[in-house]
Design a protein around this ligand. Structure first.
Ligand code: 5AD
Length: 450
């Protein structure tokens, strides 16, 4: 049976899509290869959010093709996902050895197309069409992964985004918002819990808009909160997370969900993008700095130990030093536990790409460095402040860097390492934090668990 190597670029949604493709292929008898060299099929699941991500995947593909050619190996190669969607046939025009270009609504057709190509029935396949119902097609899981059973799982609840932020390519790579049904999602989560998964992360490009058009607000609760409540009912499931929300989706119903749903982990990744109202408006974000800060204080009031992270763009067209300082001051005010900083990258067919006053690379780099410094300093002191505290972690497996250590995650989404063994995998355990490293905590389970 053919072997397949899949490499994923970008966000958790992409990881989830790759997992579903892998599971689909494994069910058909394919084996999973650990490197592209030994594989019959190489698939790159791509990201388009910034130019750098696209360049990485293009270079990787050139390498893969070059190696296969020099070793005279016959290999089927394909692009999947966001860049496949936005560039389509252009990818084959550029790299004629590419056999398959599969868009974001077509992941579930991967096995069928690969079978046809491998059997010589088709030569090249480009399929980037819209497909009705594709939001419900990402269902298969690879729970027995490379080594052992999975403790955590991602569940895709919706696809697409209608927000149209002026910098963002996602509406064109992922399409219009389409949500799955609550019963369909609950059935998938229940099955996962039945197979030993303790923690589920609900995924979508804008999860707070889940079901907006299909499900009316009920007892003051949005469709997304109704979904959280339904998933919360599942026996055996211990923890629920979600990503990515939009700040404007943090109504009081969602803040209250943190109070009355104990399985909902006290952690939130809320992309702010900028601290300047002027820029938030140019970005078409739909909230002000004040509204964002209001959400943060409500969440902290609801769950004081909540872990908060964000995404920020520096160097958006026309960003002045003053705008940037507003972002710096917001970061200082909120004290995020983690912030992912992106230098603005013009994306094709987005309004911001043709705005006046695109900033030079040096300015973007300078602001990136200054913001990073502020974020890291603040985060370091927040991590340091946790030393001495006790927290619950879910043990996920051996640490990648040092397999003698086990790694777990706290409810507030901190990675916690401890000296343990495989018998701890999958356990919820209490640890005392003994030391803080860079975005990592070290814990000692000895005193609290025997
Ligand atoms: N340039 C830089 N960063 C971007 N992001 C989205 N589009 C762009 C862009 N054109 C960032 C945003 C988003 C994260 C996933 O990527 O901060 O939240």
């Amino acid at each position: 049976m053919p072997s397949v190597y899949i490499k994923t670029y970008g966000c958790q949604m992409n990881e989830r899509d790759s997992e579903a493709v892998a599971a689909q292929l494994v069910a058909k008898g394919y084996t999973l290869a650990q490197s592209p060299d030994a594989a019959d099929v190489v698939l790159l699941n791509t990201c388009s959010v910034r130019d750098l991500a696209e360049q990485k995947a293009l270079n990787k593909m050139k390498n893969v093709i070059g190696t296969a050619r020099s070793e005279r190996r016959d290999q089927v190669v394909g692009f999947l996902g966001c860049m496949a969607q936005s560039r389509g046939q252009e990818l084959i025009d550029r790299l004629p050895d590419v056999d398959l270009v599969l868009g974001t609504q077509k992941f579930h057709r991967a096995a069928e197309y690969l079978d046809a190509i491998l059997a010589g029935r088709r030569q090249k396949v480009v399929d980037v069409d819209v497909e009705q119902g594709s939001e419900a097609a990402i269902r298969e899981h690879l729970l027995h992964g490379a080594a052992k059973k999975s403790v955590t799982a991602f569940v895709s609840i919706m696809q697409g985004c209608n927000q149209h932020c002026t910098f963002c390519i996602v509406p064109s790579t992922r399409g219009e918002e389409r949500s799955r049904s609550i019963p369909g999602i609950v059935a998938e989560c229940r099955e996962l819990a039945g197979q030993g998964v303790s923690e589920i992360t609900l995924l979508g490009q804008i999860v707070t808009s889940f079901g907006k058009r299909d499900l009316p607000v009920k007892d003051g609760k949005s469709a997304f909160v109704q979904l959280l409540e339904a998933v919360h009912e599942i026996d055996g499931l211990e923890r629920i997370r979600f990503t990515s929300p939009h700040p404007k989706g943090y109504g009081d119903d969602l803040v209250q969900a943190y109070e009355h749903l104990p399985k909902l982990c006290e952690s939130a990744h809320i992309p702010v993008q900028s601290g300047s109202d002027r820029l938030l408006k140019l970005m078409h974000r739909g909230y002000t700095r004040e509204r964002f800060l209001g959400i943060i204080s409500k969440l902290r009031r609801a769950r004081p130990s909540i872990g908060l992270s964000t995404d920020i763009i520096v160097g958006f067209p026309g960003e002045t030093e003053e705008d940037f300082e507003q972002t710096l001051s917001l970061v200082r005010e909120v004290e995020f536990d983690q912030a992912y900083i992106f230098k603005y990258s013009p994306r094709r067919d987005t309004p911001a790409a043709s705005m006046q006053d695109q900033l030079p690379t040096e300015v973007k780099e300078d602001r990136n460095a200054r913001l990073l410094e502020a974020v890291n300093t603040l985060a370091a002191s927040r991590y340091e402040a946790l030393v001495g505290s006790q927290m619950q972690i879910l043990v996920e497996g051996p640490s990648r860097k040092n397999p003698a250590r086990m790694t777990g995650r706290s409810r507030c989404n901190k990675i916690v390492l401890f000296d343990g063994s495989d018998r701890h995998r999958g356990r919820l355990m209490d640890v005392r934090i003994t030391r803080a490293g860079s975005f990592t905590l070290y814990g000692d389970p000895a005193i609290v668990n025997l």
